[in-house]
Design a protein around this ligand. Structure first.
Ligand SMILES: CC(C)(COP(=O)(O)OP(=O)(O)OC[C@H]1O[C@@H](n2cnc3c(N)ncnc32)[C@H](O)[C@@H]1OP(=O)(O)O)[C@@H](O)C(=O)NCCC(=O)NCCS
Length: 311
């Protein structure tokens, strides 16, 4: 068994250069646990600027996260290089952990010079699956000065403003979903909370600073499912407005007998992914190149949460 690491950062200072790699004590605890030593070699084209002893450390920011205290190499590695640790042993994988939510690595078997994936890399969705879902009845209070309530026709302009602002960022919302006119938005907000849909807004000093719209699927086969979209004004993010809106939408869903809430989100929308995970959403799949935006094809991640523990 050989373990491959990619070099992230190299610090050259007095004494042995320090080489930080993309794994560490989570995938190989043996050096830390009982001082296991390894022979290390370049797996990418070797640097050969002169033999050197380097200290190879992991990514976990722990004082003991050292994979090789004084590995001998023909030159100082650079970021992006691959290093191979020889004979890391079959038990190393079973001792691996998901420490710091860094998933276990993939295991690739090589037979007669041909490589095959034996175990895939553990990803965030694998780890999320063990988490107990958010209590959908719990209400998250908005930040001081902000009220979360059902939308009204008079909110149409503010609602549309936040919508358009988020679409204009060109990263988060599908542009084809934009409502066109205030009149259209006013019509939508005439009946903000029904058995089929709900639209809540967050209002601060008379200004709409966020909205969420949750809609139940109409077809009988999927009537137990609702989907939603949301946005918070750019200058009002990261204050708990999104959480308050989402908790309100989940309460509506639970109260109307919806069993599952789902959505799709772009993979680079870190804020939304983090928010949804916090509420118990787990990744259920990835739609490859599903959106065709002016910037090109974009994947979408499907996420869902089961309410009321049903399935
Ligand atoms: C996603 C969005 C609605 C979040 O709204 P928000 O009001 O900023 O969310 P909150 O303040 O309630 O954040 C709740 C948690 O989400 C996570 N989060 C929010 N923004 C984050 C960010 N920029 N980076 C990392 N985590 C973030 C954090 O865990 C945060 O909790 P914390 O602040 O205690 O760490 C907002 O960023 C937004 O409108 N984005 C553009 C539109 C959009 O992406 N809509 C969703 C499309 S699927």
């Amino acid at each position: 068994m050989v373990t491959l690491y990619r070099v992230g950062v190299v610090k050259v200072r007095e004494g042995a250069p320090i080489v930080a790699v993309d794994g560490g004590m989570s995938d190989n605890i043996r050096p830390m646990l009982y001082g296991a030593r390894y022979r290390v070699a370049f797996a990418s084209p070797p640097r050969d600027d002169g033999p050197v002893r380097v200290r190879i450390v992991g990514r976990h920011c722990e004082s003991g996260d050292v994979l090789a205290p004084d590995a001998e190499l023909p030159g100082v590695p650079r970021p992006g290089d691959l290093l191979a640790f020889a004979a890391t042993g079959a038990y190393t994988y079973s001792m691996a952990s998901a420490y710091n939510r860094v998933g276990r690595p993939a295991v690739v078997g090589v037979v007669d010079g041909r490589a095959r994936l034996w175990l895939r890399r553990e990803d965030a969705a694998d780890l999320d699956r063990l988490e107990v879902a958010w209590d959908p009845g719990r209400r998250v209070a908005p930040p001081p000065g902000v009220e979360v309530r059902p939308a009204r026709p008079a909110d149409a302009e503010g609602f549309l403003g936040v919508y358009r602002e988020a679409v204009a960022e060109e990263r988060y919302l599908r542009s084809e979903r934009v409502l066109r006119t205030v009149r259209e938005a006013r019509r939508l907000l005439r009946h903000p909370v029904t058995d089929e849909r709900a639209c809540f807004v967050a209002v601060e000093g008379g200004r709409v600073v966020g909205w969420i719209q949750v809609v139940r699927e109409p077809h009988p086969v999927v009537r137990h499912v609702a989907t939603f979209g949301m946005a918070v004004a750019r200058d009002r993010r990261r204050r708990g407005v999104g959480s308050a809106l989402l908790s309100e939408a989940l309460r509506w869903a639970r109260d109307r007998g919806v069993s599952k809430v789902e959505l799709s989100v772009y993979p680079d929308n870190r804020a939304a992914l983090a928010l949804y995970r916090r509420f118990g959403f787990v990744e259920e799949g990835r739609l490859s190149g599903h959106s065709r935006e002016p910037s090109g094809y974009r994947d979408e991640i499907l996420m869902g949460v089961w309410l009321q523990g049903e399935r």
